[in-house]
Design a protein around this ligand. Structure first.
Ligand code: ADP
Length: 164
């Protein structure tokens, strides 16, 4: 049986921090499914389709990594995909507050599911999709923080606003 892990998130957009977690997870599991949350799309900057397209382009070179979407309860999605492992990235202790809550709830609903927390390279500790959007909106270059396909999408989205 291949060991399958699911890495859920908004990926709005996917960053080098997310990519770092995907690579680390792939070292531990035979297959990693990066799954983009459907239900948060209302508040997201990029549509579900855009977030998925970006993620797919970014993981293209990685074997054993798949991009998918999910809606509703994550643990139901895991069951459907034959996985018992949720991957989450933890940048700082402050992330743990929310992550602990989520993991506890998921365990309560589905005791056989384990949440696995991975620490990114320290270069990505202060990196988040929201900070990227904030600075991109003001015209900052984001090439050092995002994989190439995401840089292009972010540039396209914010370039109109950054020009006088
Ligand atoms: P969510 O809305 O579910 O938090 P995100 O796309 O913001 O979705 O994050 C998905 C997962 O990736 C979360 O576990 C988050 O902590 C983690 N993550 C986000 N940015 C980074 C980063 N720079 N380094 C490591 N993990 C990260």
């Amino acid at each position: 049986m291949p060991r399958i892990a699911v890495y859920p998130g908004s990926f709005d957009p996917i960053t080098n921090g997310h990519m770092d977690i995907v690579r680390r997870a792939r070292r531990l599991f035979d297959k990693v499914i990066l799954t983009v949350a459907v239900n948060r799309s209302k508040n997201s900057t990029f549509t579900l389709k855009e977030r998925v397209a970006m993620a797919k382009a970014c993981v293209r070179g990685l074997s054993g990594v798949e991009v998918d979407t999910f809606e509703g309860l994550l643990v139901d999605y895991l069951k459907k995909r034959g996985s018992r492992v949720i991957i989450r990235g933890v940048r700082a202790v402050s992330d743990m507050e929310y992550e602990f809550q989520m993991a506890s709830m998921n365990r309560a609903i589905s005791p056989e599911v384990e949440s696995v927390f991975l620490m990114p390279d320290e270069r990505y500790t202060y990196l988040s999709s929201s900070i990227i959007k904030e600075v991109a909106r003001m015209g900052a270059r984001v090439g050092d923080y995002l994989p190439a396909p995401a840089v292009e999408a972010v540039r396209k989205r914010f370039s109109r606003r950054t020009r006088p």
